[in-house]
Ligand binder design. Structure first.
Ligand SMILES: [Zn+2]
Length: 429
């Protein structure tokens, strides 16, 4: 309504101005190079209005023309997208072939063609070096479809910095989004165990076993490791009964887990539970013979005669008499009871098989001295011992660092359950 009044008022003003100009026609004279143009003032005003109107129309036309923008036409957009996806595929192919430079080149082209999409950023982040990756990770975090991968990368970076607590939080975030991720389930158990959070680790282990993120035998072994570590803690807290119970359940779960067997037999020996100790010894020797177990074997029956001990050793090693630790135990107990022939046979078998170690030659030298006081032969064996294979020992299967004894976490690489009993050659295999 106001606008209408304004237009009526404007028309009235124009009419008044027009009639005034008509009443005062006047004349404009233009002189140029001898040319003379005489025209009424009203014509000049009309021409000026027409020219302004033309200019306005022209600029309007130009601006509407700009809005069409050829780059945004659907056909052009589809073409750019097609080219972008091609670049993306070329980039991933290059990355599979470990040609990172080509992957980065195609990734950057794809990024130009597929602006605001996560695909090219994902490729670039994968192809970049860890330091160059950060800029793309930040951009990728805004895309929900790649956030899981970003979190996994963050987890890896935190682990590399040894920031286990922050890494554990990131794992929980991932597991919230992907509760059935086997990778996350396994890692969360590993990290909780690495941090010594035994009860949390036990819960995570159950979840991982249920979804088959770990095998049934791994589940049993890990349960044994958790029980053993809790047994050690209970023992330190003077709760020996609970400690023994945990150690025994660890042996039951995995008789080949040497630390639990050693712990159980040591505890049983200390409380004179001889028959139970003998049972655990036999069971564990069958699964994984160990020299420290041979020492505990003697301590289980401290009052028996040398002959009785030799007979007991033969009986216990019946199922794996060719194992190097069995042969060493037989030779040792045979020498104590003067069964020279049996001692020699056990040790010679190891030499013939090529599996003799420093300890084998030491025992052979001892045999030569004790049997016939043959110092020359003993010296020969001692020389052979110097160049023989080293005895099996505790060593980290992840970083290869040797350890004095079993530890739940490797002191060098911090990994959980990687310190194992093995010979150098079997580690290299
Ligand atoms: Zn290690």
């Amino acid at each position: 309504m106001i606008r209408l009044i304004f237009y009526v008022f404007l028309a009235l003003l124009i009419a008044i101005a027009a009639s005034w100009i008509a009443a005062h026609p006047g004349e404009m004279i233009l002189n140029w190079q001898g040319w003379e143009l005489r025209t009424p003032f009203a014509v000049i005003i009309s021409l000026f209005i027409l020219y302004t109107a033309f200019l306005l129309l022209f600029f309007k036309f130009i601006s509407s023309f700009k809005n069409i923008n050829f780059f945004k036409s659907p056909a052009r957009l589809a073409q750019r997208r097609k080219e972008g996806l091609q670049e993306l595929n070329l980039g991933w192919s290059a990355l599979t072939l470990e040609d990172r430079a080509a992957a980065l080149k195609h990734g950057r082209r794809a990024k130009n063609l597929l602006a605001n999409e996560s695909g090219p950023l994902f490729l670039l982040a994968k192809a970049e070096t860890p330091s160059g990756r950060m800029q793309y990770l930040k951009q990728l975090e805004k895309h929900s479809d790649t956030s899981a991968w970003v979190k996994k990368s963050r987890f890896k970076a935190l682990m590399a910095e040894n920031n286990s607590s922050a890494a554990l939080l990131t794992l929980h975030e991932i597991l919230k989004d992907y509760p059935y991720s086997r990778w996350a389930q396994r890692k969360i158990f590993d990290l909780q165990a690495r941090l010594g959070k035994w009860n949390n680790a036990r819960t995570s282990l159950k979840i991982a076993a249920k979804s088959e993120a770990i095998t049934a035998s791994e589940d049993k072994h890990f349960q044994a490791v958790l029980n053993y570590n809790q047994a050690v803690e209970r023992h330190a807290a003077a709760d020996k009964e609970q400690a023994l119970e945990l150690a025994l359940s660890a042996v039951k779960l995995d008789p080949s887990f040497i630390p639990a067997a050693l712990f159980a037999v040591r505890s049983l020996n200390a409380s004179d539970k001889t028959s139970k100790a003998k049972k655990i010894l036999a069971q564990s020797w069958n699964a994984a013979p160990h020299p420290e177990m041979a020492v505990l074997f003697k301590e289980t029956m401290p009052t028996e005669t040398a002959e009785e001990r030799f007979r007991r050793a033969v009986k216990m090693t019946l199922d794996n008499e060719s194992h190097i630790e069995s042969a060493h135990l037989i030779a040792d107990t045979a020498m104590q009871s003067q069964h020279w022939r049996e001692a020699k046979a056990a040790l010679s078998a190891l030499v013939q098989k090529g599996s003799a170690t420093t300890k084998t030659y030491h025992l052979l030298a001892q045999l030569e001295r004790q049997q016939a006081n043959d110092q020359a032969s003993a010296e020969d064996y001692m020389k052979k011992a110097a160049s023989a294979a080293v005895n099996a020992h505790w060593s980290c299967k992840k970083c290869g660092t040797d350890q004095q004894y079993y530890l739940p976490h490797c002191p060098s690489c911090q990994n959980f359950d990687t310190v194992c009993w093995a010979s150098k050659s079997s580690l290299l295999d």
